[in-house]
Design a protein. Structure first.
Length: 247
């Protein structure tokens, strides 16, 4: 996850509960990513849109050479592995203008299609989802921000949903196409390093947000998320083109 510290963004689920069965969150996919021209690796979350396409944050894939997706298991090391064939970042995402952090959304195409079933399912994408006060968040990110201990086991928590207008009352800067999740003053039960790109879901199936970044000068527990319905048209258009591309 990106963190905004003194005007700069830098790479960075605390608390929450372990997920006992992937059937509760069959739509999640764990991403292991390798940076181009480097042996450095890092992790992100993503959500299954269909058999070939995963939805995640643009900053997860920016500068990436290759990667894999693990699905179908709460233990990220025991899931079925799929190689990432290609990906598309939002055409207006600008990694050189991270402070504004606009358009933090991207799609991955897998080398071979997923086998859908009770452990691997698609999220529901809606342009006008029903209103909700909370959303579910599941991820394999840091469980302790002091030591940045990561979790091999999938964890989940509930997040309060803030509208763009509500979030703007707390944050000095918030780009269009962003909402907030979590509490402004909480010691646990919030997203952290490694949870970037993970989905916020209402009714545990309708995706409304993607974990993007935090402005830790304001709050460590309030998470700025990409507003997925805001980008509905881009997702539909780009996923069709990506699915039909050779690679």
């Amino acid at each position: 996850m990106l963190q905004l510290v003194k005007g700069k963004l830098e790479g960075f689920i605390v608390g929450g509960d372990q997920v006992e069965s992937i059937k509760k969150f069959p739509h999640v996919a764990f991403l292991n990513l390798e940076v181009a021209d480097s042996k450095q690796e890092f992790i992100c979350g993503s959500s299954i849109l269909n058999q070939l396409i995963l939805l995640t944050a643009a900053h997860c894939l920016d500068g990436i050479k290759k990667g894999t997706a693990s699905v179908g298991n709460v233990n990220r090391e025991n899931g079925t592995l799929y190689r990432i064939a290609s990906f598309r970042l939002h055409d207006q995402w600008d990694s050189n203008d991270l402070e504004k952090n606009k358009n933090d959304i991207a799609l991955c195409k897998l080398k071979k299609p997923l086998t859908l079933g009770s452990n691997v399912k698609r999220v529901v994408l809606m342009k006008d989802p029903p209103r909700a006060g909370t959303a579910d968040l599941a991820g394999w990110g840091a469980t302790d921000e002091k030591f940045f201990t990561e979790s091999i086991q999938l964890k989940h928590t509930k997040q309060k949903l803030w509208t763009h207008k509500q979030c703007r009352e707390i944050l000095r800067q918030l780009p269009k196409g962003a909402i907030c999740g979590g509490e402004s003053r909480a010691r646990q039960n919030f997203a952290s390093k490694g949870d970037s790109g993970s989905g916020l879901l209402i009714d545990n199936k309708i995706i409304v947000g993607l974990v993007s970044y935090k402005d830790v000068s304001v709050s460590r527990s309030l998470v700025i998320c990409t507003d997925v319905p805001y980008y509905y048209d881009w997702i539909v258009r780009t996923s069709e083109r990506l699915a039909c591309s050779f690679y």
